[in-house]
Design a protein around this ligand. Structure first.
Ligand code: ZN
Length: 375
C-alpha cells in the first residue's frame, strides 16, 4: 500500500493543448525522470519574443531528484529547450544516435557540449533508477531514430509513445516495434501517454515512399531549376530528394543553416547517403545549367527569415527564382503556421505573375502537400 510520498506523479510542463515545447516528467519517491524538452515558436500575438520554452520552476525546486532527461526524437518541439534547461540543471541526457547528433549541434552553439553528459541509447537499452526502470521501443515518425518509452514503476507501467505514425514500408527500413508494443500491452499498462497531430483526421497516413514517386515525377517534368522545401530533419524525405536528383542527373544545393547542419550530421552518422560529387555550394548554382540544379531549402513552414521566404521575395544573395523554375513545398503546414505558409505561396504567385512562372508546377506543390499529411 502506498504512503503519501510513494505516489506516482505524471505531469506535463508543456505540450498539452498546444503544439510545441513538449516536456513531461515522471516522479516516484526520489526519482524524477524528464521526457523531452522542446521549444515553441511565438505567433504574431507575441511580438518581440524569440522562442518559448517550458517553465521548469518545479524542477528547480526539486533538482536533487532529477535523474535523467530522456529524449524521444530530434524535432525542435522536443529538443529546442534543452540548452536553456541545461544552463539551469546539469542532468544527463539520454537519446539515440541521430537525436544526439542534433542535440550536440545545439550544445555546440550554446558552448555547453563539454560539460554535458550525453548517453547514447537504443530500443534495446534499459536504465535503472532508484525505484523506476526504463525500457524502450522503436517507433516510426518523420525523423529517424525515434523511441517510445516504458517506465516500470512500483505502481505499474507508464508508456509514453513519443510522436509516431505507422509506416509499413518506411524509406529507412526503421520499422515500428509492433510485436514489442503488443508484449508491453500484455504486461499491463497503468497509463498510456499518447497524442497525435491531426488526430481529428480520419484514415491512414500514406507511406513516405509515395512522396518519393511524386518528387521524382515533379523533377522529371521540371523544365529548369527545382526549388524544393521541406523540414531539414525529415531525413527520409531528403534522401528521396537525393534519389530523384540521381535519376534526373541534377546537382543539389542546400540553402538555410539548419538544412546544411542537419544534412551534415545525417551523412556523418550514416542516416543519409549522398553521392560524392552531388552537393554544390550556393555560389555554384548560377554556374550550372538550370535544368541540372535542385535547391533544397528550409522555410517550408513559412518562417519569415528562412531561405524559401527570402527566395520568394527575391532577397537571397546566391540564388533566385527565375521564369519556368519549379517550386515544391514538400511539407504540410503544422497547425498554426498556415498563415505564414500562405504568405509564401502568395509571394510565389506574385513572383510567378511577374516572371510568368510555371503555375502548373505550383499546383503540383499543393498535390505533394496533399499526400504528405503528417501525423
Ligand atoms: Zn515529432
Amino acid at each position: 500500500m502506498s504512503t503519501k510520498k510513494e505516489i506516482l506523479s505524471i505531469f506535463a510542463l508543456g505540450g498539452v493543448n498546444e503544439i510545441g515545447k513538449n516536456m513531461y516528467a515522471i516522479e516516484y519517491l526520489n526519482d524524477i525522470i524528464i521526457i523531452d524538452c522542446g521549444s515553441k515558436f511565438p505567433d504574431e500575438s507575441l511580438l518581440g519574443i524569440d522562442l518559448i520554452i517550458p517553465d521548469i520552476t518545479y524542477l528547480l525546486d526539486n533538482k536533487e531528484k532529477i535523474k535523467a532527461l530522456i529524449v524521444t526524437h530530434g524535432h525542435e518541439d522536443h529538443i529546442g529547450g534543452i540548452p536553456y534547461f541545461l544552463k539551469k540543471l546539469n542532468v544527463p541526457v539520454y537519446a539515440t544516435r541521430f537525436t544526439l547528433g542534433l542535440i550536440e549541434l545545439k550544445l555546440k552553439e550554446h558552448k555547453l557540449l563539454r560539460e554535458t553528459k550525453l548517453i547514447q541509447i537504443d530500443s534495446d537499452s534499459t536504465l535503472e533508477f532508484e525505484k523506476v526502470r526504463v525500457s524502450f521501443f522503436k517507433t516510426n515518425h518523420s525523423i529517424p531514430d525515434c523511441l517510445g518509452i516504458v517506465f516500470h514503476t512500483p505502481e505499474g507501467n507508464v508508456v509514453h509513445t513519443g510522436d509516431f505514425k505507422f509506416d509499413l514500408t518506411p524509406v529507412n527500413n526503421q520499422y515500428s516495434d509492433i510485436h514489442k508494443m503488443a508484449e508491453i500491452g500484455m504486461q499491463g499498462v497503468l497509463v498510456l501517454l499518447s497524442e497525435s497531430t491531426n488526430a481529428e483526421r480520419s484514415g491512414l497516413t500514406p507511406s513516405e515512399r509515395i512522396v518519393g514517386d511524386h518528387i521524382e515525377e515533379a523533377f522529371m517534368k521540371a523544365k529548369r531549376k527545382v526549388i524544393i522545401s521541406t523540414f531539414a530533419s525529415n531525413i527520409n524525405r531528403v534522401q528521396q530528394v537525393v534519389e530523384a536528383c540521381i535519376k534526373t542527373n541534377r546537382k543539389l544545393a542546400l540553402l538555410g543553416r539548419s538544412m546544411v547542419n542537419v544534412v551534415e550530421v545525417a551523412i556523418e552518422r550514416g542516416y543519409l547517403t549522398v553521392p560524392d560529387d552531388m552537393l554544390i555550394q550556393p555560389h555554384e548554382i548560377n554556374k550550372l545549367d538550370p535544368e541540372k540544379v535542385v535547391i533544397l531549402c528550409t522555410g517550408s513552414q513559412g518562417e519569415p527569415l528562412a531561405a524559401l521566404s527570402r527566395l520568394s521575395s527575391s532577397s537571397y544573395r546566391d540564388a533566385e527564382i527565375l521564369p519556368e523554375d519549379t517550386v515544391i513545398l514538400a511539407a504540410s503546414p503544422i497547425p498554426g503556421n498556415e498563415r505564414n505558409v500562405s504568405k509564401i505561396i502568395d509571394n510565389l504567385f506574385s513572383l510567378g505573375r511577374r516572371l510568368s512562372m510555371d503555375l502548373e508546377a505550383q499546383q503540383k506543390c499543393m498535390f505533394l502537400d496533399m499526400v504528405t499529411k503528417k501525423i
